[in-house]
Design a protein around this ligand. Structure first.
Ligand code: GAR
Length: 206
């Protein structure tokens, strides 16, 4: 069976990206990583991807001023030139416009550090502690126009310990993210290959 070609969007460290690259280095994994793209040229994840032999490209959002869609068109161009079929957001800290979301509808995954639909948005670990939650975790979901609210593909649960601080909790959730994202991508591809999914042919340029 041919492998699906994924592109990964990052903004920084890229530890989830590295987990996906590790998984995809096994030829029996159902996806290959064709390109890693960052909106920040200084993102450490870019070097990490290059070291793994994967094409890594910066498309600096600052070069596009306030024109978010122009930046996204450049990002989209890189993804399409690379033959991307599935986009994985992995710590990509940009709000997407409806244009890019529509372009990749049903084919764009995100990882979020909470048990969605609980705690969408930022600072999820501190908020989980402030709310006195006993359970926290991470979610891989499809990206839709409603932020952090698309259909859930997979989740991992992490207990909140009595002496947890935000950093300690974040580290334990991150360790689960690294296990979850490769599993969720494989699950997504398997579902598509069974014909039960939503993977559509790539639309031509508008
Ligand atoms: C991860 O914890 C990811 O879940 C989170 O950013 C971190 C990126 O780390 N994403 C979001 O908060 C998206 N809303 P990484 O660059 O080491 O993968």
């Amino acid at each position: 069976m041919s492998r699906r070609r994924a592109g990964i969007l990052i903004s920084g460290r890229g530890s989830n990206m590295a987990a996906l690259l590790d998984a995809a280095s096994d030829p029996s994994y159902p996806a290959e990583i064709g390109v890693v793209l960052s909106n920040r040229p200084e993102a450490p994840g870019l070097e990490r991807a290059r070291a793994a032999g994967v094409e890594a490209v910066a498309v600096d959002h600052r070069a596009f001023g306030r024109d978010r869609q122009a930046h996204e068109r450049a990002v989209d161009g890189v993804l399409r030139a690379n033959g991307t079929e599935i986009v994985c957001l992995a710590g990509y800290m940009r709000l997407l416009t409806p244009w890019l979301i529509a372009r990749w509808q049903g084919r764009m995954l995100n990882i979020h550090p909470s048990l969605l639909p609980d705690l969408p948005g930022l600072n999820t670990h501190a908020r989980a502690l402030a709310e006195g939650r006993t359970e926290h975790g991470c979610t891989v979901h499809l990206v839709t126009e409603d932020m952090d609210a698309g259909p859930i593909i997979a989740q991992s649960r992490v207990p909140v310990l009595p002496d947890d601080d935000a950093d300690g909790l974040a580290a334990r959730v991150l360790a689960q993210e690294h296990l979850l994202y490769p599993k969720a991508l494989a699950l997504f591809v398997a579902r598509e290959d069974l014909g039960g999914g939503t993977l559509q042919p790539v639309a031509g340029p508008p």
